[in-house]
Design a protein around this ligand. Structure first.
Ligand SMILES: [Zn+2]
Ligand SMILES: [Zn+2]
Length: 324
């Protein structure tokens, strides 16, 4: 029963111990006038190797040390895992963008081939390949238009991005938000963020709403699942409900602002996605959206009937105008 012996317990901590001394050594070296330049050089070397202006950002995209990284790069990677900070007295400034594109495929085993192609094409920032509003991936044709060398077919890295960072293949909507609306508003509750995992979590009895820029309407929905994949913002998939513009005679005596919003199930619209759900014949419209761009709303089943809408009808206490 050696394992349970107090003396041997420390064996399990050897890795932890080694790691913590290595990180403190790195921090010390980065801040000592004698070794500072070397660390700076190593970081710049790594940044050029990994085609990034922010090695700390890029290494965040890996969950664990990787063979393709060198020792110092892996150390950063582990530090993220342990939620440790770097206290470096220097900062490198780069112009032209914020997010280095290479971060988005550091998980691929084709990473260095992708980097080679990007270097040749002078593509460095995510900004160069997404739309100005930061919401969509540009088509390869659009990206090519800006390149000096317009020859060649669709590169493999573009295909990889399409498979990995896109929510909706029809409109190339990105599955993360570059400027998440994290402004705290006490009147607004956003869906709870679940721990990062590769599993999908089923959700019941949660309703959301948000203003959709593309259709210029408020989108209502009953959440069916949450997906919070590693290093991505949480997304939610919901059944789409549309608001019934006609007012019900029972609320005619109320002012428009205090009339409740009635909802009916959408049976399919331009926003419907080609996902596993929509391949069925249930005539339900499923949409996936970024969790943080939606708000929680209170919805209850209603017994009212509307001549042009199928039952069930739901009632949302929150006024349509306040969501807008
Ligand atoms: Zn939209
Ligand atoms: Zn719909």
């Amino acid at each position: 029963m050696i394992i349970h012996n107090q003396i041997y317990l420390n064996i399990l901590n050897i890795w932890d111990h080694q790691f913590s001394s290595q990180t403190s050594l790195l921090n010390a070296q980065a801040n000592s006038p004698l070794t500072r330049n070397i660390i700076e050089y190593l970081i710049l070397y790594s940044q050029s190797r990994l085609w990034t202006n922010d090695i700390f950002f890029t290494t965040k995209f890996l969950d664990s040390p990787s063979k393709k990284l060198n020792r110092i790069e892996n150390l950063f990677c582990i530090m993220h895992n342990y939620k440790l900070d770097f206290r470096f007295s220097f900062k490198f400034n780069t112009k032209g963008g914020i997010y280095p594109i290479s971060s988005y495929f550091i998980r691929s085993n084709q990473f260095f081939n992708f980097v080679k192609s990007l270097k040749k094409k002078e593509i460095f920032y995510l900004k160069q390949i997404i739309t100005a509003d930061g919401l969509f991936l540009k088509t390869w044709k659009e990206i090519k238009g800006f390149l000096t060398n317009k020859k060649g077919c669709t590169p493999e890295w573009y295909k990889y991005l399409k498979e990995n960072i896109i929510l909706n293949q029809n409109n190339l909507r990105l599955n993360f938000d570059l400027s998440p609306t994290n402004i705290q508003n006490p009147l607004i509750t956003r869906p709870k963020i679940i721990p990062q995992s590769s599993n999908i979590t089923r959700i019941k009895n949660v309703w959301i709403a948000y203003w959709c820029l593309c259709t210029k309407t408020v989108i209502f929905g009953r959440v069916v699942e949450k997906n919070h994949f590693y290093n991505y913002h949480q997304t939610i998939t919901f059944e789409h409900y549309t608001y019934i513009p006609e007012s019900h005679h029972t609320s005619n005596n109320l002012t428009p602002r205090s009339r409740p919003t009635y909802l009916s199930k959408c049976t399919g619209c331009v926003l419907s996605e080609n996902n596993i759900y929509n391949n069925n014949t249930l005539h339900t419209c499923y949409i996936t959206s970024l969790s943080n761009s939606t708000i929680i709303i209170n919805v209850s089943k209603s017994n009212l009937t509307f001549p042009n809408y199928k039952k069930p009808i739901y009632k949302c206490i929150k006024q349509f105008t306040t969501i807008q």
